[in-house]
Design a protein. Structure first.
Length: 178
């Protein structure tokens, strides 16, 4: 995948999309072959991995520390993501109080917090309302224009023109969609 590309990976339920993503980000060991990551990356899993008793702000602070962000960089990134994804009003809300869509926003924000060069997004807009879905595409376009690469996995892709390339996962192999 080249710099500044949005690449889609599409496949049926159970085709191995999420498994492939977990191998790519190092969450699962590959059965064969190797994966080489040369860029900083953010991973947005299909099922958010969040702590029910922490607030959105506490999550962002925890991940910011894990990424090694300076306090000023964390504050700037947090403010931008709250604005871009329109969920600042939930900054002090615990995850257990959040709707599924807001949990998805937090999940995405955690992956983007450190402004990675590569974003691996597994069903990132599941649970988004229409406005958030549009915000998501504006945000990804800005990231791509800044040179970041994005891999987006989905069951289906309705907006094919938003992608630079799309691959279908069929019988464990990827095929470039024409």
């Amino acid at each position: 995948m080249g710099a500044g590309e949005i690449v889609g990976l599409v496949g049926e339920n159970g085709s191995g999309k999420s498994t492939l993503m977990k191998v790519l980000v190092g969450d699962l060991a590959a059965d064969a072959g190797t994966v080489e990551r040369t860029a900083s990356f953010g991973y947005c899993p299909q099922v958010p991995v969040l702590y029910e008793r922490l607030t959105c702000d506490e999550h962002l602070a925890l991940f910011g520390a894990a990424y090694g962000l300076a306090s000023g960089d964390l504050a700037r990134s947090r403010a931008e993501l709250y604005k871009e994804l329109d969920f600042a009003r939930f900054a002090d809300s615990r995850v257990e109080e959040l709707s599924g869509g807001t949990r998805s926003k937090l999940n995405l924000a955690l992956a983007m917090l450190h402004d990675p060069e590569l974003l691996c997004l597994d069903e990132p807009y599941a649970g988004f309302d229409w406005d958030t879905y549009q915000r998501f595409w504006e945000l990804t376009a800005r990231r791509r224009d800044a040179g970041a690469s994005l891999m987006i996995i989905s069951h289906f892709i309705a907006d094919e023109d938003r992608f630079d390339r799309i691959y279908d996962l069929i019988d464990g192999r990827t095929a470039l969609r024409r």
